[in-house]
Each structure stands twice: as C-alpha cells, then as structure tokens.
Design a protein around this ligand. Structure first.
Ligand SMILES: C[S@@+](CC[C@H](N)C(=O)[O-])C[C@H]1O[C@@H](n2cnc3c(N)ncnc32)[C@H](O)[C@@H]1O
Length: 257
C-alpha cells in the first residue's frame, strides 16, 4: 500500500474516534485545519519526518493534537517509543489510544501539561529525536529547545522545529552558536527546520552566551511587537476620531486623490 493511501485510512478513523470534530483553524501534518482532507501540499514535511525516524528509537514530541505526526512516525517505524506532550487532551487522548491499539509494538507515554514544565519533569530518559510542534512562539520554543538539550542521547541532537516564521530567529541563533552538522529547511505554507547539532563539547559558557544573545533578541522582538501594536492602535484611534472631512483633505494632499 502506498503512503498516502495507508495514511488516509488512519486519518479518517482518527476523525471518527474524535467525534467527527477538530479545532477549526488548527492544522497538522496532514490537513490544513479548515477542511478535514488529506493535504498533499504538506507531503515534503510528511516525508521528512517519516524518513528521520526510520533509524530512531526514542522520540519526544511537543504538540500532539490528533496524533497525525505520531501516525506518520509510526508508519515509518512501528516500534518507536514516544513521549508525547500536549497541554490539551481533548483530541490527543483518544487519538493516542487509537494509535496504541493500531501499532501494538510502539510505546506512547502521554504527558498533559505545558511543554516546558513537562520537558523539565522528564527524568531518567534520553531521546534521539525531538519534534517541537506546539505553541508557535519564539520564547516558548527557545525554552523548549534549551530544556531538550539535557535529554539528548549521545553527542548528536536531532531536532525538528515545525515553527514556521515564529522560530526563524531561534534557528539563526542556533546556527550561529552551535556546531550544526546538518540543516534542512522545508519551505511551504509553514516552514520546518531540521537540525543535527553536535553537542559533544557543549560547555556552560556556550550555553550562557547563547542564552544572553537570545535574551537580547527576545527583548528586541518584544519591543518591535509592542511598537507595532502601539502604532496600529494609534492610527486606528486617529482614524476613528478624525472627522471624515479632514481624512478626505489629508488624502487629497498626500495621495492627490
Ligand atoms: C499544530 S498542533 C500539533 C499538530 C501535530 N504535531 C500533528 O501534526 O499532528 C499544536 C498542538 O500544540 C499544543 N500546544 C500549544 N501550546 C502548548 C504548550 N504550551 N504546551 C504543550 N502543548 C501545547 C496544542 O494543544 C495543539 O494540540
């Protein structure tokens, strides 16, 4: 059976066990969040995650939702051990239950909590693949990444960010500060970044300087965000309170309309 056909069978069964509902607007590796229909456009990122886990054994995933990315990983490697984190269990729990029954050689441990607290709570476990697909927020993803470092098995950290534009600054900081052995970017409606980092000689000084750089960048990004809000609100208010006649007059002067 080909990948698309096999995936689609489970994709519709998952919808059924989730009571034929989903969070409108929240997509996954398999659909766009507006229409529950297999989304061919995401094939490059489906293939990427499928290929990476072929030779992995223990995975940590942030952001389960309907278990679609876990489904792809299990189709590739049905014996995976997965620690899956989501702050919301509504769809995650029934989907994981379905996947456990369908792939009875896998092990899925579900943690319902905020990602950072959940990652920090993991003891005595090491992972050879990390998949960050939770909150699309630069600050959150930075904390997730930093806390995952200690949970890496061996000297190489393989990590996939499905963070789109929200994590592009984080990715460029990682590239500047860490030893990147391999880097793949998948373009499309939402960018994916796969990195293999050599963390063998990672010392506290490097982590400290990374945190310092990223802290300054975070502050700058926050500042830009607030300035942006401020000007948007400012112009909205001006637009609301300025009499139409003055707007007409200004448009005439500025745009010659
Ligand atoms: C885009 S969906 C994940 C899609 C899934 N990986 C897939 O492709 O099948 C994002 C998920 O992240 C979860 N999430 C959002 N913020 C979170 C947080 N701070 N901690 C843990 N999970 C979070 C949401 O509840 C949602 O289920």
């Amino acid at each position: 059976m080909n990948f698309k056909k096999e995936t689609e069978i489970h994709f519709y069964k998952i919808l059924e066990i989730c009571g034929n509902s989903w969070n409108y607007g929240c997509g996954s590796y398999l659909f766009n969040g507006r229409e529950y229909k297999y989304y061919q456009t995401y094939y490059p990122k489906q293939k990427l995650i499928y290929d990476i886990v072929k030779n992995k054994s223990e995975v940590l995933e942030v952001g389960v939702y309907m278990g679609h990315s876990i489904l792809i990983m299990l189709l590739s490697n049905p014996k995976l051990k997965i620690t899956a984190i989501d702050v919301d269990e509504k769809f995650a729990l029934p989907s994981i239950e379905y996947l456990r029954k369908t792939f009875n050689n896998c092990k899925i441990n579900f943690i319902k909590n905020d990602s950072v607290a959940a990652i920090k709570s993991i003891k005595n476990k090491k992972f050879d693949f990390f998949h960050l697909d939770g909150e699309l927020d630069h600050f959150k993803m930075t904390s997730e990444f930093l806390n995952c470092i200690n949970l890496t098995r061996g000297e190489k950290m393989t990590i996939l960010f499905n963070g789109g534009r929200s994590c592009r600054h984080l990715i460029s900081s990682i590239k500047k500060n860490f030893k990147v052995e391999s880097f793949i970017k998948i373009d499309g409606p939402s960018q994916n970044y796969l990195l293999v980092l050599n963390i063998k000689d990672l010392d506290n000084n490097l982590i400290k300087s990374f945190k310092k750089n990223i802290f300054l960048e975070n502050m700058l990004l926050k500042l830009i965000k607030y300035i942006n809000y401020f000007f948007t609100m400012f112009f909205l208010i001006i637009h609301k309170i300025t009499p139409k006649i003055i707007i007409k007059f200004l448009k005439k002067i500025i745009f010659n309309k």
